[in-house]
Design a protein around this ligand. Structure first.
Ligand SMILES: C[S@@+](CC[C@H](N)C(=O)[O-])C[C@H]1O[C@@H](n2cnc3c(N)ncnc32)[C@H](O)[C@@H]1O
Length: 246
């Protein structure tokens, strides 16, 4: 079996398609950020939701902001077919290098996607992250914005320790067909999580200026047992920087 993202999300779409939970507090923060930067401007604005899946956020944003024209790009046909809004355009595509868009966007939204864009080791994954952010920058208008939402894991002592263990466990499960006895470890899953400071550095090095951050920690007793100092999800609301990319 081929364990690439497209197949993984086609085979496991039922675990990822949002079913009636609707939008959450984070979506509302992002919506307010977009509204604030519309600045009373009533001309059409374009938003690309990359890895948008079943488009929970995009459906909410389009229903709340009349001037927003939305396209969702995702490698999984099943995720795209689950989008219940015929005003949203859908396109098959995948980071970092196969995004079939030939115009630039006022807003780009990328939520819980980058930890799925993985290579065969940490170094390759970081190259793919860098290339993905370069692609995203090239699709953002000069005065445009990127909204990046990610889960983060940070271990005690060595911040990247547990994410490396999770990455290796996924590899072992997929290579040897040995099921890791946790429901989160779906067959075919391959993930590489980043720390908050890594995400910040990658964003800044790829031409984004961070304007606002929403960070909600989800620390639990289990985290302490797993030597996880901080976990949670974070939104970086960024502007395309006028400075040259490194
Ligand atoms: C966890 S889901 C998140 C969906 C949506 N953004 C949300 O927040 O509900 C991850 C999505 O990323 C997509 N995806 C996986 N690898 C990708 C890649 N390389 N480029 C773009 N999207 C990808 C998957 O098909 C899936 O729809």
């Amino acid at each position: 079996m081929d364990y690439n993202s497209k197949n993984f999300f086609n085979c496991n779409s039922e675990c990822y398609i949002s079913t009636g939970y609707g939008y959450d507090f984070y979506d509302t923060c992002v919506l307010n950020f977009i509204k604030k930067h519309l600045d009373g401007n009533t001309s059409e604005k374009k938003l690309a939701d990359i890895g948008g899946g079943s488009a929970t956020f995009s459906i909410y944003a389009r229903s709340e902001i009349d001037v927003l024209k939305v396209i969702v790009v995702d490698p999984s046909e099943k995720m795209l077919n689950s989008i219940d809004d015929d005003k949203i355009e859908k396109r098959i595509g995948m980071l970092p290098n196969s995004i079939p868009l030939n115009e630039k966007y006022d807003y780009i939204h990328v939520a819980f996607v980058l930890h799925h864009v993985v290579g065969s080791n940490e170094k390759e994954s970081k190259i793919l992250l860098n290339d993905s952010l370069k692609t995203i920058n090239s699709l953002t208008k000069t005065n445009g914005y990127l909204i990046l939402r990610e889960r983060y894991l940070e271990s005690y002592f060595m911040p990247g320790l547990i994410r490396k263990i999770i990455f290796d466990l996924c590899l072992i499960q997929n290579l040897f067909n040995v099921k890791i006895p946790y429901k989160e470890f779906l067959y075919g899953l391959q993930v590489f999580f980043y720390t908050r400071s890594e995400l910040k550095t990658f964003l800044e090095q790829n031409g984004f200026e961070i304007l606002d951050v929403v960070d909600i920690k989800t620390n639990s007793k289990l985290n302490k047992i797993l030597l996880l100092k901080n976990t949670g999800s974070i939104i970086f609301m960024c502007k395309k920087s006028s400075r040259r990319q490194i």
